[in-house]
Ligand binder design. Structure first.
Ligand code: PMP
Length: 294
């Protein structure tokens, strides 16, 4: 596996990160996960733009232009010959003795690598279980920062209860998943949390909103409560790796009929159809023929 670090493409045993890296000490950095479908990067531009925005929000200088970052992630894909998987790219504020305030004139550290993984076909087809968890994270969830302890704790709590994803609830309102955005469908209307400081504005979330528009599904970007979520006809969560995963239970209570719903299916089919690499490779057929009838 070839890694990227600070301008060089290296073998794993050649990549070294300092214990004084502020990412290690403080989680002082930002990151992105960019999907690779059949050898091609998907929505890379949007991810890199968000990385730059996250860096600006934490007042961190980005050492590369968006074009240079694009070249780096492309090279990680080709060098590692990844067909299905993702690129992980992170930027930390740099290396300095541990003091909280920003040290002067330090260089950000950029690390990237590629991961081979399959699409989560089982959950895409059968749906997944969610567990509600109190959202105790900070109030800048719009920043894709390395500080993920709140997310990690929530995901573990969900796993401990046999669920695949946590559903964050803050002040009684459903916010997002531990590593995903969430959507509910009630009487044909698609509901999701507005893009503000309480959630990360997911790239997949934006794709889904566009698909809903194309399909003439009415959308309401507004908050809803956990009891309202439980009363939805359909529910799903979205992320770069989870794509559009139907949530068939929340806190062990079935949503709708307790199976992936028809509008969720429609959005999944539309999602596959807008990925040219998937259409070309026939992956779409596989999903449609193997999935339960909608
Ligand atoms: N919210 C959180 C907290 C996440 O970690 C993620 C995954 N990065 C998302 C939402 C979904 O974002 P995206 O669709 O860009 O992967």
């Amino acid at each position: 596996m070839i890694y990227f670090k600070d301008g060089k493409f290296l073998e794993e045993d050649e990549v070294h990160v300092s214990v004084n890296d502020r990412g290690y000490a403080f989680g002082d950095g930002v990151y992105e996960v960019i999907k690779i479908y059949d050898g091609a990067l998907y929505t890379a531009q949007e991810h890199l733009e968000r990385l730059i925005e996250s860096a600006e929000k934490i007042r961190m200088a980005m050492p590369y232009t968006i074009e240079e970052l694009g070249e780096i992630i492309q090279k990680l894909q080709t060098e590692n010959e990844i067909t299905m998987g993702h690129i992980y790219l992170q930027v930390t504020r740099g290396v300095a003795p541990r003091v909280h305030q920003f040290p002067e004139s330090i260089q950000p550290v950029v690390v990237g690598y590629a991961v081979e993984n399959e699409r989560p076909m089982h959950y895409l087809q059968q749906g997944a279980a969610m567990k509600s968890v109190e959202d105790v994270r900070w109030l800048r969830c719009d920043i894709k920062s390395l500080n993920l302890l709140g997310n990690v704790m929530a995901k573990q709590e969900a796993f401990d209860h046999g669920c695949q994803e946590a559903l964050f609830v803050r002040n009684g309102l459903v916010r997002e998943g531990s590593s995903s955005n969430v959507f509910g469908i009630k009487d044909g209307v698609l509901y999701t949390h507005p893009a503000n400081n309480f959630i990360l504005n997911g790239i997949t979330r934006r794709v889904v909103l566009q698909l809903a528009k194309n399909l003439n599904i009415p959308v309401e970007e507004k908050e809803f409560t956990l009891p309202q979520a439980l009363e939805m006809d359909e529910f799903f969560y979205t992320s770069t790796n989870a794509e559009i995963t139907p949530a068939v239970t929340i806190d062990q209570q079935p949503i709708g009929q307790g199976v992936p719903g028809p509008l969720t299916r429609k959005l999944q089919v539309a999602f596959d159809a807008q990925i040219p690499m998937l259409v070309a490779s026939g992956n779409v057929e596989e999903r449609e023929s193997n999935g339960p009838a909608s």
